[in-house]
Design a protein around this ligand. Sequence first.
Ligand code: NAD
Ligand code: LMR
Length: 320
Amino acid sequence: MSRRKIALIGAGNIGGTLAHLAGLKELGDIVLFDIVDGVPQGKALDLAQSSPVAGYDAKLAGGADYSVIEGADVVIVTAGVPRQPGMSRDDLLTINLGVIAKVAEGVKRYAPNAFVICITNPLDVMVWALQKASGLPTQRVVGMAGVLDSSRFRYFLAEELNVSVEDVSAFVLGGHGDDMVPSVRYSAVAGVPLPDVVAMGWTTQERIDAIVDRTRKGGGEIVGLLKTGSAYYAPATAAIAMAESYLKDKRRVLPCAAYLTGQYGVKDLYVGVPVVIGANGVERVMEIDLDASERAMFEKSVASVRVLIEAAKGLNPAFA
Ligand SMILES: NC(=O)c1ccc[n+]([C@@H]2O[C@H](COP(=O)([O-])OP(=O)(O)OC[C@H]3O[C@@H](n4cnc5c(N)ncnc54)[C@H](O)[C@@H]3O)[C@@H](O)[C@H]2O)c1
Ligand SMILES: O=C(O)C[C@H](O)C(=O)O
C-alpha cells in the first residue's frame, strides 16, 4: 500500500515540529509549504537526514509553490504569525485572515479531498474562514485547540495530584481564548471525577480554581517566557493526535473546534467541543450536559468567538 501524504502549510516552529513527529510516527510522506522559499526545503532535508538514525521511512520534501501539497490526505495549517508578549490572539485577526484566504485557495485547488486541521490563531475564526473560503465539507475541516488546552489542564492536574499524566483525563470546551471552559466536572483521575478527588482531600477547590485559571492563560504564559513566539511542541503533538485518529480511523474522542449546526445551541460557528475523529473526519459531535454555571461560561466563550467572526466579515466582505 502506498504511503499517505501529509501536507504542512507553514514551515515555522509548529510546522517543523509537526514534520518531525509525523516522521517519527511513520504517518506517511511529508511535504512542507511556506512562502519563505528555502525554509521548507531546508527543514525537509534536515529531517530526512535524521530518518536513518531515528529509524523511520518517509519521503520529506518542501517548496514555496502550492503544487507541492497536491493530493494530500491530511493538511495541517500553521501559516501566519504568532503573537508577541502583550498581544492577545485576537490581535492576529487582520494579518492571519489574509493568510488563511490564500491558504484556502491552495487547499481547494490542490488537496480538496484532505482532512484539514487548522492551527493558526485566532483559531476559532481562522478555521471558520478556512472552511468558508475553501468550500471543503465541514466534517473535513477542524481546528486544533482543545487537545492542547486539555493537555495543559491534564498536566497541571497530574502535577498537583502527583499522579501519572496518563491517569488524568480532562476536557476544555469553548473557544480558544482566555474565557475557554476547562471542565472540572468532566475531568477525572483514573475515572474518579475531580470533584470526588477534592472531596477525598487530595487537593483543595482553591488549588483546582488556580489550575483552571492557569490553563486558561496557558498560551500567554509560554508567550511571556519565550518572548519571540508561542508554544509549539505541545500544539504540534496535539495536532498529530488528531491527524493520527483520522489516518488510522481510531475514532478517538478529542476536543476540537468543530462546525456546529445547532449542537449546544450554536449554529454556523466553530467552537471547541468533544468530537469523534475517524476516517470520515468529524464523525460525531458529543453533546455533553452542561450545568448552569458551565453553560454560562460556555456561552460567554461562544459570544467572544461570534464577535471576532463579525469582525472578520467586516474585514473581508467575501466572508459576509
Ligand atoms: N491553535 C492553537 O492552539 C495554537 C497553538 C500554538 C500556535 N498557534 C498559532 O499557530 C500559528 C503558527 O505558529 P508558529 O509558532 O508555527 O509560527 P512561526 O512564525 O514559527 O511559523 C509560521 C510560518 O508561517 C509562514 N507563513 C506566513 N505567511 C504565510 C503564507 N501566506 N503562506 C504560507 N506560510 C506562511 C511563515 O513564513 C512561518 O514560517 C500562529 O498563528 C500561532 O498563533 C495556535
Ligand atoms: O497562546 C498563543 O498565542 C499560542 C497558542 O494559542 C497557545 O495556546 O499556546
